[in-house]
Design a protein. Structure first.
Length: 708
């Protein structure tokens, strides 16, 4: 009996990027567990992946190419060969290009896998070579990243491991225990060392229950709180003037801007008592080594970008960057020298190209967005838009078009794949090689292939090699091996990779970037911000370029990057949909709905698998405050209908005072077919973008709830 343990890395869109060990016996993976040697993930896996082998061997896996034999959406398919599938795809695409041009083809992808060679950008070179419509990907953190770069540049910020030295920790819109759980031990250690933990969130989450202080806040009003904190810091002389004078620009203009944002104003907006706003600000400003960890949710409303602009100014105002464990943590991904241009190949794009944002898929596939030429072919990989994108009815109507040729590469027959004409079998992480960055720690990771692909599944890298061959492309770039792609994926001359070799990385599975140790990490003690000025820019120089999207989120760099002029100073933009900004709408739909990440699902991953569904609930549950439920005749477990003018979905009520009055919570990730009777929560989500980075406004919506 041959047995070995193979080291790899979790593939998911999660900050933790866990090191995993797969036990393989006679070619079969029999167990997946965490790697106890990894300094950050330390041997524990979350509920999403602690039985990953069951995902690999699920009887629901798509293991062979499939061709639709029933109506679109019926899920009726027959097996075909890879040659038949490739011939049909290439033939249809060539005909469409000849008749309508390559812009009639739309690729659609996101982070179904976070691997560098199999993930976000693996298909970009091929579609750029064809001249297809560019799908701009701004689902997650694009607004926050834009704002962050406008203020302090592409810095990794505070090392997550340095939190053990923090003395005042604010988790802002961040449910660490559910979405960044391996960071929690470092926060716990800080608490044992005397740090105070504050959580700002509309919901008393798992994380908030363990905090020293939970501050409930109305959805979408975080910017008012951040601006008021700056008002108080400046007015009460709590600033670090030496740090401001040496390492910031625009302070005088910021001080004038903040005058209007009084604690009383912020209290009326946020629902936080004035005395709590004052207490929070004074404690934060007067505690050395104060740190803020922002979550993705902080950007998911109309003013999300300016909210992050304001929060990003706070550490420089009080000199928090001078201390180990002080400053701001958003995405350490900026530390990784990924060769994005080499992965995307924007140089292959034609001079004239068309951009469609991924959040606009429904309109792009229908007459709601007139396009010339219209989209005639859709290629989906690493994504399940039918479950996770707004305007679901419009998407469904578009996918149901008989004249739309849709191809989906997938593990399972997702809500999206059921509408495909061709479904292609994709490998799981155990069946492929990859190299992994992290947006939650500073370790580069390698995923060694543990088992041979099941059935006829192929990695995304091989999928696009086969497509290039079928299309008659002869450029050697498109036929590089996985090893060659991994070698080219990073700038190995970067100082942060000094001493790191691919051979050692493969053998060990992970290596820390060559940077200061967490115990001495204070990258901006003396300024050195990666901005145009080299300083924290309270008044942003990047604002002159207008509203732009960080290149990381684009399928290339061409096209119109700029938009309307952006105010160079941070300010507060209220939600689009609230009692204060839309009183007439609030009369009809008086509750604010937020759709945070699920504890058991990773976006829509695992929404069909038994262990995770058992953890999340067989059907969607919605959290309501008892005082919102009672007048509606809703009790615990009552079947309910959540609705607004955009749509409705069915769920079951969970009652708790852990959520603010006037707020309802519906975790995302449920599938329409597997565990939902009809649409998901995103049928109600507005199609509007936030103020920066064309970020979606997932949590800026008014609804009502009724017993079903």
């Amino acid at each position: 009996m041959a047995r070995e343990v193979v080291i790899g890395a979790c593939p998911h869109d999660c900050p933790d990027t866990c090191s995993i060990l797969t036990t393989v016996e006679d070619g079969k993976a029999i167990a997946v567990r965490g790697n106890p040697d990894h300094p950050f993930t330390k041997g524990r896996l979350c509920v999403k992946v602690n039985d990953y082998q069951n995902r690999v061997y699920s009887d629901q896996r798509v293991l062979y190419p499939l061709k639709r034999v029933g109506p679109k959406g019926s899920g009726q398919f027959a097996c075909i060969t890879w040659d038949e599938a490739l011939d049909e795809i290439a033939g249809r695409w060539k005909a469409i290009i000849a008749e309508s041009g390559a812009k009639a083809i739309l690729p659609y992808s996101y982070l179904g896998t976070q691997g560098i060679i199999n993930g976000l950008n693996v298909g970009d070179p091929l579609f750029n070579k064809l001249g297809a419509t560019v799908c701009e990907r701004t689902f997650c953190d694009s607004g926050a990243c834009t704002a962050y770069m406008m203020t302090i540049g592409h810095t990794p910020g505070v090392d997550p491991e340095s939190f053990v030295h923090s003395k005042y920790i604010i988790l802002w819109a961040c449910n660490t225990l559910s979405t960044n759980s391996h960071h929690w031990p470092f926060i716990e250690q800080a608490k044992r060392n005397g740090a105070k933990l504050v959580v700002i969130d509309p919901v008393r989450t798992r994380t908030a229950r363990l905090a020293d202080w939970h501050i409930p806040i109305r959805p979408g009003t975080d910017g008012a709180l951040a601006m008021a904190m700056m008002h108080i810091i400046i007015k009460e002389g709590l600033t670090d003037r030496d740090y401001i004078d040496k390492h910031t620009i625009g302070f005088d203009e910021l001080a004038v801007r903040c005058e209007a944002y009084t604690p009383e104003f912020a209290s009326a907006e946020t629902g936080i008592p004035v005395e709590d706003i004052l207490k929070l600000t004074r404690e934060y400003a007067t505690t050395p080594a104060a740190v803020v960890r922002i979550g993705v949710a902080v950007e998911r409303h109309a003013g999300g970008g300016q909210t992050v602009r304001a929060i990003a100014c706070l550490p420089a105002l009080v000199g928090a960057w001078k201390h180990v464990g002080g400053g701001l943590l958003q995405l350490p991904i900026w530390a990784f020298p990924v060769n994005w241009a080499g992965l995307m190949r924007p140089d292959l794009q034609p001079e004239s190209m068309r951009v469609v944002n991924s959040w606009r898929l429904g309109p792009a596939l229908t007459d709601e967005m007139p396009l010339d030429p219209p989209i005639r072919a859709l290629f989906v990989y690493n994504a399940n838009p039918m479950a996770m994108v707004s305007q679901q009815q419009t998407i469904e109507r578009g996918l149901a078009r008989e004249d739309l040729f849709t191809v989906v590469s997938e593990h399972f027959l997702t809500d999206t794949a059921r509408y495909a004409d061709i479904v292609l079998p994709a490998t799981t992480q155990l069946e492929q090689e990859d190299i992994m960055f992290s947006w939650g720690h500073l370790y580069l990771s390698y995923n060694n292939q543990a088992i041979a692909p099941l059935g006829e599944a192929v990695p995304n890298t091989e999928l696009f090699r086969r497509l290039a061959k079928a299309l008659g492309i002869d450029d050697p770039f498109f036929f590089r091996s996985d090893d060659e792609m991994i070698e080219a994926s990073m700038d190995w001359s970067s100082p942060v990779l000094a001493g790191i070799t691919l051979d050692e990385l493969k053998q060990k599975g992970y290596m820390r970037l060559t940077m200061d140790a967490a115990d001495s990490w204070a990258p901006h003690r003396d300024g050195n911000f990666p901005t145009a000025s080299g300083k924290c820019e309270f008044k942003s120089s990047l604002s002159e370029g207008g509203n732009f999207v960080v290149p990381l989120f684009r399928q290339g760099y061409g096209g119109d990057q700029a938009g309307e002029p952006v105010d160079p100073l941070p300010h507060y933009l209220p939600p689009n949909e609230s009692r204060r900004t839309a009183p007439a709408l609030a009369e009809r739909f008086p509750l604010s709905l937020i759709s945070p990440k699920s504890h058991a699902f990773m976006n829509s991953n695992y929404g069909n698998l038994p262990a995770q569904v058992a953890q999340a609930g067989e059907q969607q549950a919605v959290l309501l405050h008892p005082e919102d439920a009672a007048p509606r005749g809703i009790g615990a477990g009552t079947p309910i209908r959540v609705f607004n003018e955009r749509g409705a979905f069915e769920a079951f009520a969970t009652l708790s005072a852990d959520v603010m009055r006037g707020v309802v919570v519906a975790p995302a990730g449920f599938w329409q077919r597997s565990n939902q009777r009809g649409p998901t929560v995103h049928a109600l989500t507005p199609p509007a973008f936030a103020d920066l980075g064309r970020a979606p406004t997932f949590s800026d919506m008014l609804v009502d709830v009724a017993a079903a």
